[in-house]
Design a protein around this ligand. Sequence first.
Ligand code: FE2
Length: 243
Amino acid sequence: MAREHIEFVNIHEMEWQPIELPGFTGEISQKLLSTDTDNGASTSLIYISAGSTCERASYNASIEALLLEGEAKIGKKTLSNMTHVFIQKDVELKALTFEKACTLLWMTDGRLELTDGNNSSDNQEVVIKKTSDVAWQGTITPGFPTGAMRKSLFQDPVTGASSWLLGVLPQFRDERYEIHPVMEEAFQIHGEMGTSRGDFKQGSYFWRPAEIPHGDFSTEWGCLTFFRTDGPLKTTYVNKEDL
Ligand SMILES: [Fe+2]
């Protein structure tokens, strides 16, 4: 079955479950946020103990990760808090070491199985972005109120699937509801956003299928949110009375 509509769950109310990640050593635990039971695609929070390694591995599915806490290295590159990593299917992940225990938001587009890595085209590498090196830019939705900016982290050139951070200033408010033609999922990294479904607090997560109206929005002290869609983001605004 495709993923369920989940709105909201909070990592602080979930238990860690021990798991194994193919190719990784060390102790690894997971809080599973959502999964597609057909193809095994999933979003989870994972904890990887200090000293864990992944010497060399490639996978049959793409992996996107956001390091929320800890420190790791891929070769000579250091991954610290708020580093975004994209590992394309079949691209070799090598010389990964966890210098400190790490907590990551971990997203795969299929059930992870090791491959021999021979299917990747040349020059493809793991893409590592420290989010502080990515410039803030204006929001891309026409009519989005002032008081928020985004950092674009990933866009699939074929499907338009995207990932970004949205930073919202304190005292932001938008009373409209919005509807997207694409799935939207989000994890609250910092702060809180009030909505008609309740408060989207730090550690909260949702997986929302396309065409579900959502709103309104207000935040007292601002927030930083990680978003993903499975296609190009388009937004239609609706008034609450018209729903
Ligand atoms: Fe939305």
